[in-house]
Every structure is written in C-alpha cells, then in structure tokens.
Design a protein around this ligand. Structure first.
Ligand code: COA
Length: 172
C-alpha cells in the first residue's frame, strides 16, 4: 500500500495520543496509560526530546480530506555495554484496517535506516507473550527471541519504588 513515512511533529500529538490509546487497548492496558497529548508534546518536541517518532500516512486522495497518521513507530536511542549504540523500539502500531499491507514493515525499515545512520548496531523491543501476530511479524523480519536464547526477564521499578529508593539513600 502506498504510504508516506515522515517524522512526527508536535501537531501530531493529539492524534498520536489516540493511537497510543488504541494500542494500549489492544494490549488490555488502557488503564495503564497515564500520559496525555500535552506530556507527549513536551517530552518529544521540547528542548531535549526523550523520544523520537515517525508516522505513516495515506495519500490525501485516498478518500480523506486531510492526511492523518494510520500508524507510528516511537523509539529512542540507548546504549549497550556489550555492543554500543542501540535503538529501543517502544511502540509500533498500524490501525487494524491497514494491517497486512506492508506499512508496519515500512515503519520498522525507516527506524532501522535512522538507527544505522546514527551508528546503532542493534534494535531492542519487547512483545507480549500472547501477541503471536506481532511475534510472527518480527520473526518474519529476522528478529530473534532473546527471552528464549538469553533467558531475559523484563523488569521495572515503578515511580513509587523509585521514590522509596531515593528516600532510603537519603536516610543512610
Ligand atoms: C504488528 C504490526 C505493526 C505489523 O504491521 P503490518 O503493517 O500489519 O505488517 P506488514 O504488512 O508490514 O507485514 C510485514 C511482513 O510481516 C509479515 N506478517 C505480518 N503480520 C504477520 C502475521 N500475523 N503472521 C505472519 N506474518 C506476518 C507479512 O507477511 C510481511 O511479510 P513480507 O514482507 O514477506 O510480505 C501490526 O499488525 C499492528 O499494529 N498490530 C497491533 C499492534 C502490535 O501488535 N504492535 C506490535 C507490538 S510490540
């Protein structure tokens, strides 16, 4: 399917937020979304952006008055002590009616191009255990499952835990 891949702008944040809610609903994590479009705007398009984002848009003539993103890839750069520069793919999403037409692959390929140009040597991301279509998609593009090969566990410290951790050091 013909589509345009471009960098997101702060004007996309309102719409991006609705796509973020769609993917959260898809993952049964809608209640987990605590950000809003203002936060998205400030964090991605301020002085020191915390993330980068590209969007996929259908040509305007496809029955729409105005082009409107039908998919996005949100990513940020990181560092691996083993391999050096890397890119972390936080979210890849294509609206359900446009899936299976090569748009997800185009988005991922663009992130790969940007990452390689920035000197990255790998891309990391996680998928839900039950999300077999996404796993098939990534496998089909050559991904390997590090959870299986390296027995990785994905761990998190929540906001309250971070605060307790800081407090515990201050109390020493
Ligand atoms: C996963 C997702 C981004 C893939 O995007 P897409 O536009 O549907 O995928 P594409 O059409 O670009 O597929 C690219 C390739 O993967 C293959 N593929 C895609 N989905 C597949 C599936 N369910 N099973 C097998 N192969 C699949 C395609 O056949 C295609 O192969 P080809 O290049 O040899 O033709 C999209 O389906 C989506 O947004 N899903 C819901 C959200 C999600 O799961 N996101 C990822 C969470 S980590």
């Amino acid at each position: 399917m013909e589509c345009l891949i471009r960098e997101a702008t702060s004007d996309d944040c309102e719409h991006l937020m609705s796509l973020i809610q769609e993917i959260a609903a898809f993952h049964h994590l809608l209640d987990d979304v605590t950000i809003n479009s203002q936060v998205l705007k400030a964090d991605g398009f301020g002085k020191d952006p915390f993330y980068k984002c590209i969007v996929a848009e259908l040509p305007v003539e496809n029955g729409r008055k105005q082009a409107c993103p039908i998919g996005y890839a949100l990513y940020f750069f990181g560092y691996s002590v083993n391999h050096g520069r890397m890119v972390y793919l936080e979210n890849l999403y294509v609206v359900s009616e446009c899936r299976g037409k090569g748009i997800g692959k185009q988005l991922l390929s663009k992130v790969a191009e940007i990452a390689l140009a920035a000197g990255c040597v790998e891309m990391k991301f996680v998928t839900m255990e039950w999300n077999h279509p996404a796993k098939e998609f990534y496998n089909c593009l050559g991904a390997h499952d590090a959870t299986e090969s390296e027995q990785l566990h994905c761990m998190e410290l929540g906001h309250a835990t971070l605060q307790r951790l800081v407090q515990s050091r201050k109390e020493l």
